[in-house]
Ligand binder design. Structure first.
Ligand code: ADP
Length: 990
């Protein structure tokens, strides 16, 4: 009420005294008054409380009188009056102690606790309040009564201390009760131990006595009396506390008779206190064992409290579960004096725990997404989790109504009997596993499938007590099952052959009706077979390679063509698609095979038609070749005689006749040139020109060609730059003359279709694909885009009427293309009208093992087979120029398979006609080859990688070369003289 603002300064005691000296604090609270200190500080006139010094000791150290402190270590707080007085006292008794200097009472007690000192001198008040927090024992040594007052610095503001004095005075006279209240608050129940204010005067007197050595005995007696009084006071307080304690308290004597009980015991057991006190504790226990357990535990606790849970009988008759914190009392002689206990009703807690456990279990089940039911059979109570009735579409009330009619009422009428039987079985047979699937009627009247699983618990007498279970909505599963069954029936009846086989063993695990009927095997037989057993052309390794992309997940399906072999040994071609199904826990391969006998037949007809057309074309070329030859003879005669007439000196011609003869000669030689060209072309096309393959140095040929066209170029003032002949030596295996012919064709075109003063550039080098490329670039008229497509066609000329053109007949480029292809190469060009063109060709470099150059050595002499083989060489070479990612690659590979089948079928027929030995073995070898080849082709078209392409090429080429050497050559002698017969069987495709 004076509006002081208080700043609390906390520090050690000596430091605080110094702060007071320096006027850093205005008021020091609770400092003992002494005359000496009064010289140093200002004090209040009034005293707050009286206090004195007390010694605390380590529990093991004996200090009964002042003389016992001789030669021991005593902790004192530096600068305190009690420290000073103790030293004076010790000096007066002629004793010596070792002081342990500390900065606070707390520190002093801690010093005793941690062994730095054996005893500590602290203020009585501090000790009362805080010593229970330390492992120290109070001694009987008390000394140096002092008055605790407030102090201020010398020269400080006197108003502070004056104001405090006013309060203290009012408090002492009782005019102001606040001081008493505050003290009570601070010291609490201990305040009885503190000397009342009005006593401080008496104590002051005692202090006088005390300071005399002779007064010690008296003081001790007083102290005993005081302690007795204080004990009585605390006993009173204890009883008071007991009266008010919310938790029931009791105390028994050694026989178990209750001698003290708090009123709250009534609340617990229903008995009044008077009814409890005097009765034996055992009377309240439900089971005697629990009661003896209590005594045992308490005795074992040896004075320390133990926790015991026990059931006691309430006056009303029911049982209450109590948790008791009990301990044994011992009398002064150490004999067991009885039990003391504070107890608490935990019936609710236990019930709650039980409920929690149960609901936890239910919850555990419920989290598994199932609806729970829990039927207490004894009490006939059915608990259903909300999920259950929600699942069925009912509200809680509606479902309660359902349950009143029994759950069976919503089971589908067709299934009610079975349902009841299952319930009965569950209740009577402990081994019965309740597990069923039923339709239940939903709130909206519709039915849905649910699966129930349950279990019945039986008591020791074998009576069903309780059944617990759960329900799962399986409607989707049921529908899926139905759909699967429908689908299964459809698949079963499908004409496609559907075969399932195991990923590990590759054995068939299922086959539909179509597959079983077509193959002629039944399910049992198939169970011991793998796809390799019904693919006569395949080996285990080739099949494994085929399905490898499915296993490693690179492809979702693999398709291939193959033959299937029936039980009776006959075969039929199929298109197979294989997938690995991983949906279920056991992955399985599914193969769907479609019979392609019809498609094969059509393909073969088509192939036959193509071959026939090719034959016809060849015939035309052959005709053309012989015709040209026939034309050349009379033409030579005409030219020869015209020349003779021109040169005849004896009968010289007139000027007009000479002009005519010159026209004949000019036109005739042009015609001869043309006929020669056509003859060459026809021969090449009819593949009648054998190639002579030799190692050639390209640089030399280029130089020769450039020399040959030089005059032509010079005439039109066209510069030729040759970047090849002087470069690194380039070697290839080819036909020298044909190479030269091709290059000359390109060079002469580049000059012919160039502008006056234009240029031609020859370039070339090895390509990464194993080919040599030679290109001829010109700065001529170019070719318009519309003409690009037909530029290599025979007799094709750009923008000209063939009859009018004087330049050429459109033969050069087609001859070039045909020759280059026969030499396992390819041709091409780029051109822009008005800017110029670049024509190029590629020929295999020496050592390119992917190509197959058709040479005399490969010819067998059996014409149809030579043609077949030559066509195969063409396919091999086309493949050699493709890369794995070219769009054409799979179809060219497929073409090779088709052509191989075609060739080998024709060959088989002829071999039979010629009675070729070991026909069966060859047939099998051929089938294996076509099988492997088609597998490789499938792998290639699935993977489209360089590795598969290289493998495919090598396999095809080497097999075919070996084949020509082994079979066709071997067949030639046998075929001699059978030409007619051979032609006949070959012309009949069936
Ligand atoms: P030709 O005997 O007519 O030259 P080719 O087969 O050599 O027969 O050429 C066919 C046609 O292609 C030529 O008539 C010409 O129109 C065109 N051609 C060929 N080479 C070139 C070129 N370098 N520049 C422009 N056009 C060309």
């Amino acid at each position: 009420d004076r509006n002081w603002r208080l700043d609390f300064v906390t520090d050690s005691f000596p430091a605080l005294l110094e702060k007071l000296d320096r006027q850093e604090i205005d008021v020091l609270v609770g400092i003992a008054y002494s005359d000496e200190r009064a010289q140093r500080f200002e004090f209040t006139a009034q005293t707050l409380v009286s206090n004195w010094g007390v010694l605390y000791r380590q529990p093991g150290v004996v200090i009964d009188s002042i003389t016992d402190i001789d030669d021991i270590r005593v902790a004192v707080v530096t600068g305190t009056i009690h420290a000073q007085e103790l030293l004076d006292l010790v000096g007066r008794f002629g004793l010596s102690i070792e002081t342990v200097e500390t900065v606070s009472y707390r520190d002093a007690l801690a010093a005793v606790e941690d062994g730095r000192a054996e005893a500590a001198a602290v203020s009585r008040l501090y000790g009362l309040l805080y010593s229970p927090g330390f492992r120290v024992t109070e001694t009987a040594i008390v000394y140096n009564p002092v008055e605790v007052r407030f102090a201020g610095p010398k020269g400080g503001d006197p108003r502070f201390l004056d104001a405090i004095d006013t309060y203290l005075a009012a408090g002492k006279t009782g005019a102001d009760p606040r001081l008493q209240t505050h003290l009570a608050e601070v010291f609490g129940s201990q305040r009885g131990a503190a000397v009342p204010l009005w006593l401080y005067g008496i104590i002051g007197g005692v202090a006088v006595l005390f300071s005399l050595a002779a007064g010690i005995a008296f003081l001790l007696k007083r102290e005993v009396a005081r302690q007795t009084a204080s004990l009585e006071a605390s006993e009173r307080e204890f009883r008071e506390i007991i009266e008010k304690m919310p938790d029931p308290f009791y105390r028994t004597d050694a026989t178990g008779r209750v001698i003290l009980a708090s009123p709250s015991c009534h609340d617990l057991l229903g008995y009044r206190r008077e009814e409890i006190v005097g009765r034996n504790l055992a009377d309240f226990y439900v089971s005697p064992e629990q009661r003896s357990k209590l005594v045992e535990a308490v005795l074992a606790g040896n004075g320390k409290p133990v926790m015991i849970e026990a059931d006691l009988r309430h006056k009303a008759g029911h049982t209450v579960t109590l948790a008791t914190r009990a301990f044994a009392r011992f009398d002064a002689d150490g004999n067991f004096a009885g039990i003391e206990g504070i107890t608490r009703d935990i019936s609710d807690r236990i019930a709650a725990e039980q409920a929690l456990r149960e609901s936890e279990e239910r919850f555990q089940l419920a989290v598994r997404q199932a609806a729970i039911w829990d039927w207490d059979i004894t009490a006939d109570k059915l608990y259903c989790s909300p999920y259950l009735w929600e699942m069925l579409g009912y509200s809680e009330e509606e479902f309660a109504e359902v349950l009143r009619n029994t759950i069976c009422s919503i089971v589908h009428p067709d299934e009610q009997d079975v349902f009841m039987a299952e319930i009965a079985a569950m209740k009577t047979d402990p081994d019965y596993r309740y597990h069923n699937e039923h339709r239940y009627r939903l709130r909206d009247g519709s039915y849905r499938w649910f699966e129930s699983r349950g279990h019945c618990v039986f008591d020791a007498a074998g009576n069903p007590v309780r059944t617990v279970g759960m329900m799962i909505d399986i409607d989707h599963r049921k529908q899926a099952e139905a759909a699967t069954m429908r689908l299964g029936r459809i698949l079963e009846r499908s004409f496609n052959e559907i075969l399932l086989f195991d990923p590990d063993s590759l054995r068939f695990v299922a086959a539909n009706e179509g597959a079983r009927e077509n193959l002629g095997y039944d399910v049992e037989e198939l169970a011991d077979m793998t796809p390799v057993d019904i693919h006569p052309e395949m080996t285990g390794a080739s099949f494994a390679a085929l399905i490898a992309p499915l296993r490693d997940g690179r492809r979702s399906s693999v398709s291939y063509e193959a033959s299937l072999q029936r039980r009776d040994g006959t075969e039929y071609p199929v298109d197979v698609r294989v997938e690995l199904i991983r949906e279920s826990d056991r992955p399985v391969f599914v193969a769907i095979a479609t019979d392609i006998t019809d498609r094969r037949a059509k393909d073969r007809q088509l192939l036959q038609a193509v071959k026939t057309a090719e034959e016809a074309n060849k015939a035309k070329s052959e005709f053309l070749a012989s015709m040209s030859h026939e034309l050349r003879t009379p033409l030579n005669a005409i030219l020869g005689f015209a020349q003779m007439m021109d040169l005849d000196r004896r009968e010289p011609l007139g000027p007009i006749q000479r002009d005519s003869i010159h026209s004949i000669l000019k036109g005739g030689s042009h015609l001869l040139e043309l006929v020669n060209d056509i003859l060459d072309l026809a021969r090449i096309e009819a593949e009648q020109v054998p190639h002579t393959i030799e190692r050639v140095t390209v640089n030399d040929i280029v130089r020769e060609c450039v020399d040959l066209v030089h005059t032509l170029a010079d005439r039109r003032n066209i510069a030729i730059s040759d970047r090849v002949s002087a470069g690194d030596p380039l070697e290839i295996d080819t036909d020298r003359l044909r190479f030269k012919q091709c290059l000359l064709n390109l060079l002469s075109n580049a000059i012919k279709y160039n502008l006056e003063g234009g240029s031609v550039e020859i370039d070339g080098g090895a390509m990464p694909n194993g080919f040599l490329r030679i290109s001829v670039r010109d700065t001529g008229i170019g070719i318009p885009p519309a003409e690009h497509a037909g530029i290599f066609r025979m007799f094709h000329r750009v923008g000209a009427n063939p009859m009018l053109s004087r330049e050429g007949a459109g033969i050069g480029l087609s001859v070039t293309r045909m020759l280059i292809e026969q030499l396992a190469g390819q041709t091409g060009f780029t051109s822009e009208a008005g800017t110029g063109s670049t024509f190029w060709f590629e020929l295999p470099l020496a050592g390119n093992s992917d190509v197959l150059i058709w040479t005399e050595e490969l010819r067998t002499g059996i014409d149809p087979f030579d043609r077949d083989n030559q066509a195969m060489a063409g396919i091999v070479n086309r493949l050699a120029q493709l890369s794995a990612d070219d769009v054409e690659t799979p179809s060219v590979a497929g073409e090779a398979v088709e052509h191989a089948r075609y060739c080998l079928e024709r060959l088989e027929v002829v071999m039979e006609v010629c009675a070729f030995p070991d026909m069966e073995g060859w047939r099998l070898r051929f089938r294996h080859f076509t099988g492997e080849l088609s597998t490789e082709a499938a792998i290639l078209s699935e993977r489209r990688d360089a590795e598969s392409l290289v493998r495919y090429r090598r396999f095809l080429r080497s097999w075919w070369v070996d084949h020509i050497a082994a079979v066709d050559a071997g067949l030639a002698p046998l075929a001699r003289g059978r030409d007619r017969e051979i032609r006949r069987v070959l012309s009949n495709p069936d």
